[in-house]
Design a protein around this ligand. Sequence first.
Ligand SMILES: [Zn+2]
Length: 160
Amino acid sequence: MSKKILDAAGLFKINLISGDVFYTTYNVLNEVKSSFEMEIVNSYLRSGKLKVFEINKEEIENERKTLKSSERLSDADISVILLAKKLDDDSIVYTDDYELQNTLSVLGIKFEGVKVSKIKERRIWVYMCTSCGRYYKTKIEMCPVCGGMVKRRLKKTYSI
Ligand SMILES: [Zn+2]
């Protein structure tokens, strides 16, 4: 199974990507600005869906020196590249960032776009507790297990 790495764009389209476990870096999480988005990320962390790696500043600076047009890449972008190198040959980066995709292709690292293409999709919605990450099939306001707020989430998409 290839390890699926997400940049910030991928993080919020996680439900469009099949898989149970995803990888990212703290640099990417630092790009998450709104508390609503952070709440979503936290639920992924609690449920074990998202694993976060630390890439230190020095590694990023060293990598930046070796990359062409690295001035167009953020620290988070470079941290994603480093994570792909660290994980294994079979890792795949999900990003819609053109510069990052370009650099990945130069480096021979596999990548995929995240956005829904022209293909029509069928979506499966579920209700998820924003605190403990449990899924519920029916609409409820409060999680009966932990008392957290339950919100609608996209569970799966199917191509038609
Ligand atoms: Zn809960």
